[in-house]
Ligand binder design. Structure first.
Ligand code: ASP
Length: 430
């Protein structure tokens, strides 16, 4: 079989408008005659806008049709800028949106998570239609692939779990013939399909993960994730001055950073690549000639402190009502509930007086979980906190990050320090 030499992933910002799509086409011109699988996110903030459609439809809080119409018009406008008024893209886009119009015309029968996936996934369907059509328009013939036909998941809607074996078989069946006839294949990130042909999504920001799944299945030579930053930085430039680009990272370091909440790559992306030793480049679509960051097995790297800040943390202090310690039996129940409501524990500690966990605020899920705990336990809930993690910490950096803050919870594991902090309320002298 002809394997694609590369997998490229273009995120929402890289296809956010007509100029951005032209820029992607220009980047691809530099790779002429290479076989590339192109994984694309929804345009700009489309996924957020579609989430609002879902909320309006399921909770009847707003006009779902009007919100969907706005998303549709944004796409038509971009199409018009790229293709003029007469082009097959308009009917392709219309077919994509009409399916959702049919869904929201009916009263809601299915679960929220199912409905969410059917609606939100059209962002990627539309963006890939647009990019594939534009590449063809520019004589860079690219074939469009429906990712739902090859990425097989179970029916955990909103967090589809990949069936690697079936996905492998489907990729081997479909992709070689596409690459025999085409250099470029354009497909959707973020989405998959169940055995019954229902659409699933892989979790927010899941397109990186899709790129890794494809690369794994195709034994790709490398993966490049194209972003609006020069590469992976040692802290979020929106929160810190003087951040540095990391030229190289090991898979292990990248896994650790993303596990602790660094938003730069989806946490599930690295392991499949590591298992096949597939190098991952994080590059800038604004400066495509820049070196970016290269992630490989290389362990011989000295790192500066790397800081990850996760806002919106909630601390749950859980203790028993009968003054006993929180034991393994209690913990079994508590973990089951976290799993049931799909709330990820960011940090935890079992202490004499309570079992304390830090989780990210997910208002609706916590609103279900908290009453479950309150039936049998005493619960103190602390909201609006930050979880700050520093890999390769120094005492100076911890001191500077905790200045003006109360540390509620702190942990050191090898080279990593994590702390949950709260702003010290400002006191104004009378
Ligand atoms: N469009 C999806 C999101 O915004 C997936 C992705 O961009 O990776 O979460």
């Amino acid at each position: 079989m002809t394997n694609p030499t590369k997998v490229f992933k273009f995120g929402g910002a890289s296809v956010k408008d007509a100029d951005a799509i032209r820029n992607v086409a220009n980047i691809l011109k530099k790779y002429r005659e290479e076989k590339i699988l192109i994984v694309v996110s929804a345009m700009g903030k489309t996924t957020n806008a579609l989430e609002k459609v879902v909320a309006a439809y399921t909770k009847k809080t707003d006009d779902a049709f009007a919100l969907l119409e706005a998303v549709k018009q944004t796409h038509y406008q971009v199409a018009q800028e790229l293709f003029g008024t007469e082009h097959a893209i308009f009917s392709l886009l219309n077919d994509t949106f009409v399916e959702i119009e049919w869904v929201i015309e009916e009263d809601q029968q299915d679960s929220y998570d199912y409905v969410y996936d059917q609606i939100v996934s059209i962002g990627e369907m539309a963006s890939t239609r647009m990019l594939a059509a534009f590449l063809a328009h520019e004589n860079q013939a690219a074939v469009w692939l429906d990712a739902r036909d090859v990425i097989r998941t179970d029916d955990t809607f909103r967090e589809g779990r990949v069936d690697w074996e079936t996905t492998g078989t489907l990729c081997q069946k479909k992709l070689p013939s596409l690459f025999d006839k085409n250099d470029l294949v354009v497909t959707q990130g973020f989405i998959g399909g169940t055995q019954e042909n229902f659409t699933t999504t892989l979790g927010r920001e899941g397109s990186d993960y899709s790129a890794a799944i494809f690369a794994y299945q195709l034994n790709a030579e490398s993966v490049s994730i194209w972003k609006d930053v020069p590469g992976i930085l040692n802290a979020d430039p929106r929160l810190f001055d003087n951040v540095h680009k990391l030229d190289r990272l090991s898979y292990k370091e990248a896994i650790e950073m993303t596990y602790y909440g660094a938003k730069v790559i989806h946490p599930k992306t690295i392991k499949p690549l590591e298992s096949k030793n597939i190098p991952l480049h994080v590059k800038s679509f604004i400066d495509p000639a820049g070196a970016g960051t290269l992630i490989t097995t290389d362990d011989n790297i000295t790192y500066p402190p790397v800081v990850v800040v996760q806002p919106n943390q909630v601390l749950l202090h859980i203790s028993t009502r009968d003054f006993s310690f929180v034991t393994e039996r209690h913990l079994g129940f508590l973990f089951q509930q976290f799993d049931k409501y799909r709330i990820k524990i960011n940090m935890m500690q079992n202490m004499a007086n309570s079992f304390t966990v830090s989780v990210t605020e997910r208002t609706e899920r916590l609103a279900q979980l908290i009453p479950e705990f309150e039936k049998d336990f005493k619960l103190i809930v602390d909201r609006n906190l930050e979880l700050i993690t520093v890999r390769h910490y120094t005492e100076d950096i911890i001191a500077s990050l905790s200045r003006g803050k109360i540390i509620l919870f702190q942990e050191y594991i090898e080279e990593t320090m994590s702390m949950v902090v709260k702003e010290i309320p400002e006191m104004i002298r009378k």
